[in-house]
Design a protein around this ligand. Structure first.
Ligand code: AHR
Length: 335
């Protein structure tokens, strides 16, 4: 009797509790994900961005245009820009990056003055979670230390200059070369690209090559030295930028020769000064290198901050200009 009562009580307990446990169980499984990594981050807008920019200096017409493009675009978009001019010194660019890291900017833009010597400071930015965008010039660092490079194909610019020169001189020339800043990406690549093409022209010889540091003053000094050393033997000048070509033009005139006629000149940048020199018949061609990188730079910065993927290289689109078109094109040039 006792046993059967006990059985009845147990059956009732099981009957009552079973549906309860079934209905309670789902309540233990969260219906909404609550983990913070699954919550979408609010998208940043231009007005939310704080960008550090380590410019290398103000050595050329090109660089001045590049700086204006970056500053004006930041202003138009409402981006907070922290801009530092390193005055041609790598150590100043390095300390600028360190300042930006302390200030916890969202993105760092830099035009590295030379290619090497960046690993340590770029790693510091990486450790702080701040992405680096290379603008205009590459740095020789592992690919994980920068998100993208926005700028020109300097090798191709060197090749274009050589092809144009070969036509101008009919495959026969004694060339002197005015190189850019020693160790910089454009100087290294314009040097190499030019030689790749010249190699196929046995009548074209590079008789000397020196750095004019991308400035007009040094371009003039180095050209004056070349003229003292080689005189009328020089029949062509290849300048890694327009400013040095303009300096060389002055030196050639002071020496008593006609630039563009006695000595053919090809340079790189396509800045307004080069167009004026072509109109005056003193420069034979300029290969474009576009400094107006501000809009693309900030577009990339916003994408990167919002976690969107960007290509490892965003190349600029560039042309070649000759004296016959110079007066039509000059009024349209923005730099
Ligand atoms: O890095 C681009 C080069 O730097 C330009 O050709 C030159 O003018 C500048 O100084």
């Amino acid at each position: 009797m006792r046993i059967s009562r006990l059985l009845i009580i147990l059956t009732i307990i099981v009957f009552v509790l079973t549906p309860l446990s079934c209905t309670q169980q789902p309540a233990l499984i969260p219906t909404q994900p609550s983990g913070s990594n699954l919550d979408p981050k609010p998208e940043k807008k231009y007005a939310d961005l704080i960008v550090g920019y380590a410019q290398l200096g103000a050595e050329s017409e090109w660089r001045v245009a590049n700086t204006i493009s970056v500053k004006e675009t930041a202003n138009q978009l409402g981006v907070e820009l922290r801009f530092l001019d390193a005055q041609q010194k790598q150590e100043n660019q390095i300390s600028a990056i360190r300042k930006f890291i302390i200030q916890k900017v969202d993105v760092i833009g830099i035009s590295p003055i030379v290619e090497t010597g960046w690993d340590e400071v770029f790693q510091e930015a990486e450790n702080a979670g701040i992405p680096i965008i290379l603008v205009d010039r590459r740095a020789a660092v592992p690919e994980n230390l920068y998100v993208t490079y926005l700028g020109s194909d300097f090798l191709e610019e060197g090749r274009k200059a050589a092809r144009v020169m070969a036509k101008l001189v009919n495959g026969q020339a004694n060339i002197v070369e005015l190189e850019g800043t020693i160790g910089s990406a454009p100087a290294n690549d314009r040097y190499t690209g030019f030689r790749e093409i010249i190699r196929s022209y046995p009548g074209m010889r590079i008789i000397d090559s020196q750095s004019g540091d991308f400035t007009r003053a040094r371009g003039k000094e180095v050209m004056a030295d070349f003229l003292l050393k080689y005189g009328k033997k020089i029949t062509a000048v290849y300048a890694h930028n327009d400013d040095m070509a303009l300096g060389a033009i002055q030196a050639i005139e002071e020496y008593g020769l006609k630039p563009g006629v006695d000595i053919k000149i090809v340079s790189v940048d396509a800045a307004r000064g080069a167009f004026e020199a072509m109109i005056a018949g003193k420069l034979n061609a300029t290969i474009e290198c576009n400094p107006l990188l501000g809009p693309q730079f900030f577009e990339l910065a916003l994408k990167v901050v919002n976690g969107q993927s960007v290509p490892k290289w965003v190349p600029s689109i560039e042309g070649i200009f000759f004296p016959e078109d110079a007066s039509t094109i000059l009024p349209t040039r923005k730099y």
